[in-house]
Design a protein around this ligand. Structure first.
Ligand code: C5P
Length: 236
């Protein structure tokens, strides 16, 4: 059964804590992305841990292998269910991240977080890829990067739901996929380009669905999250 991840993309710790409280009963995973990670790191980690919720650290690490390994060590904490890096950082960098995550988790005596690799951002269209010098479409690039991530020991990849079928048939159903760019029908796409509805994403076999603005921007975030979960269950 696919799991819902709610992106805590809000500007203050007070708002993030309110959102966690409002959604607490749903047992979702919370995403600590750049806005919360750079804006109020200590508060968000402490709050998630005090309330014993699982979280995904969307750090998108991308640097030389030693630096990424050191950053990964700093991010491994109880409650960190998933931590990610950019696959474009290359095989050696991803391997350094995976090794550091496993080492640090065993030093702390906690369960090992999954290390995921971002393939191609869901805000990128094929034209954007040409602009940054990547030949081929998003699906071809995502599949190539996912194969590299799997060989480097990652548990899965962040990709568009449009790429899940091709990825799983090439790399196996057990290689996990985490899909942002999820938009319930009728909601605004914003800057996302390669989108799918929750029902479609579950139908193609995505393992984790990330939803931000359609929930955080709703007048009733609890009702919006429930509606996404209901749609996911109906199509599981
Ligand atoms: O508000 P929305 O549902 O578009 O939020 C999606 C979240 O997922 C954002 O926090 C964004 O940073 C993140 N993300 C993404 N595409 C990726 C990786 C992460 O949209 N490839």
């Amino acid at each position: 059964m696919a799991q819902l991840i709610v992106a805590l993309d809000v500007p203050s710790a007070d708002e993030a804590e309110r959102l966690i409280d409002r959604l607490y009963e749903l047992d979702v995973i919370f995403k600590i992305g750049m806005e919360s990670l750079y804006g109020y790191p200590e508060r968000i980690f402490s709050y998630c841990e005090a309330r014993d919720v699982r979280y995904f650290v969307d750090a998108k690490l991308h640097d030389i292998p030693r630096t990424v390994g050191a950053a990964m060590r700093a991010l491994v904490r109880p409650g960190a269910h998933i931590i990610n890096v950019h696959a474009l950082g290359g095989a050696e960098m991803m391997r350094a991240a995976v090794d550091a995550a496993h080492e640090r988790a065993s030093e702390l005596g906690i369960s090992q977080p999954h290390v995921f690799a971002v393939t191609i951002l869901t805000s990128h269209s094929s034209d954007d890829l040409a602009g940054i010098g990547l030949a081929g479409d998003a699906a071809a690039n995502a599949t190539r990067l996912a194969a590299l991530a799997r060989a480097a020991g990652c548990s899965g990849v962040v990709c568009s739901a449009h790429e899940v079928t091709a990825l799983k048939s090439r790399l196996g159903a057990d290689f996990l996929t985490l899909t942002p760019g999820i938009r319930p029908s009728g909601s605004e796409h914003g800057d996302q380009r390669r989108v799918m509805t929750p029902a479609q994403a579950v139908a193609v076999g995505a393992d984790y669905l990330v939803v931000g603005r359609p929930i955080t921007g709703a007048s009733d975030p609890l009702a919006a999250a429930r509606a996404v979960l209901d749609e996911m269950k109906q199509h599981a």
